[in-house]
Design a protein around this ligand. Structure first.
Ligand code: ADP
Ligand code: MG
Length: 367
């Protein structure tokens, strides 16, 4: 009998905590209802044959012993998972693999992590590996870093693995842990809008690399392995030790953003969801002015959402395009969406896509 397993994993949005993960800091993502499934059937040989229903993604075939460079394009995310599993010493069989998804790609909702995690949980069950969710998240990150060649942190995979209905996920990058924090938006009469600006990612990869490098160099100048190590000290003391203005602003964002995540978690634990709005907006201002990763579409969307009565709004994801989140009273949700549409029309931008992010369950597999 041929054994088949369906792995399913969600996309995510990040509520707050941006550009902190690769600095050993904190982030607060949530899994969204949009998911990717990977249906995996074991084969008797060492080959993997993978197809996706997404348009423009041609089928790929590779060996389970694949190495970085063998497969490029979308198949690299899948091949990367096989590679990462084998690098970690796990035996995985050849397989036929079919991917289906309603996570939009390239919108900052982490379709890449959803794909990796769907494949990971499916292979985990198929091969009887019984890996911990956090272990799988780190393997997904390795696939993306070492095989696809994108130097991203583990936030996306952690969110996809650890999501829970009615909760956000507190990710501590230094400790590699993820913890659910209650965030029942519905009960509070609130809606978290995601507004995909449709702005093309401009220089996202090179700029992301540059931000990472600046932070790493600043940590080195401060004599610590990562900026996390100086989080407890007063920010002014730390900033005074840096002689470069750009580095100072980048570090100020990272330290401030970690602080904002902690404050958000405290408010959520106290059931004060409405009150996190100001922290979301402060995060955006810091990403715009100090970290310099926004583009006009992101800034216009945030400003329009706030003008229409959003409690808080910020870009989400790496920036240079992608989406914003806006926390709004549910009664005002459509008004806020309309106002962003109008503002985009005034600026001559492509019409945005507006939808609702509902904190949802993480990855799982069924045999
Ligand atoms: P994001 O993760 O923000 O959506 P990325 O650029 O990191 O954007 O990842 C998008 C890429 O992931 C796509 O270009 C594609 O290669 C791959 N991918 C994601 N979802 C699918 C899918 N359902 N089928 C095939 N490839 C996918
Ligand atoms: Mg991605």
């Amino acid at each position: 009998m041929t054994k088949s397993v369906v792995g399913s994993a969600p996309g995510r949005v990040n509520l707050i905590g941006e550009h902190t993960d690769y600095n050993g800091g904190f982030a607060l993502p949530l899994a969204i209802p949009q998911r990717t499934t990977a249906t995996v059937t074991a084969r008797n040989d060492d080959l993997v044959s993978a197809s996706s229903r997404a348009s423009g993604m041609d089928p790929v075939e590779f060996s389970v012993n694949t190495a970085p460079g063998d497969v490029t394009g979308w198949g690299a995310y899948v091949a990367g998972v096989f590679w990462a599993l084998r690098q970690a010493g796990h035996e995985v069989p050849g397989a036929n693999l079919r991917v289906d998804s309603d996570v939009p790609t390239g919108a900052g909702l982490s379709s890449s992590a959803a794909l990796e995690c769907a494949v990971l949980v499916a292979l985990d069950t198929l091969a009887g590996l019984e890996l911990e969710p956090s272990t799988m998240a780190l393997l997904g990150q390795q696939a993306e870093n070492g095989y696809v060649g994108a130097p991203t942190g583990a936030l996306d995979q952690m969110a996809s693995m650890h999501g829970r209905d009615g909760h956000v996920v507190l990710f501590d990058a230094a400790r590699g842990t993820a913890e659910p924090v209650p965030c029942d938006l519905d009960a509070a009469g609130l809606t978290l809008l995601v507004i995909d600006t449709q702005a093309p990612h401009r220089h996202a990869d090179s700029e992301y690399g540059a931000r990472r490098q600046t932070c790493e160099a600043a940590a080195e100048a401060l004599g610590v392995p990562s900026l996390r190590e100086v989080q407890q000290e007063p920010a002014e003391t730390i900033l005074a030790k840096l002689d470069d203005d750009v580095a100072r602003r980048r570090v100020r964002h990272v330290l401030g953003e970690n602080q904002r995540v902690s404050e958000t978690v405290e408010l959520l634990r106290a059931g004060r969801i409405r009150d996190i709005g100001a922290l979301l907006t402060a995060s955006h201002v810091s990403l715009r002015d100090d970290y310099e990763v926004t583009v006009p579409e992101l800034d216009v969307a945030v400003d329009a959402a706030l003008e229409a009565g959003a409690l808080g709004a910020r870009m989400t994801g790496g920036g240079f395009g992608g989406s914003i989140v806006a926390l709004v009273d549910t009664a005002r949700a459509s008004l806020v969406g309309d106002e962003v549409h109008r503002a985009f029309a005034r600026h001559g931008f492509t019409a945005p896509h507006v939808f609702t992010a509902i904190p949802s369950a993480g990855a799982s597999a069924t045999a």
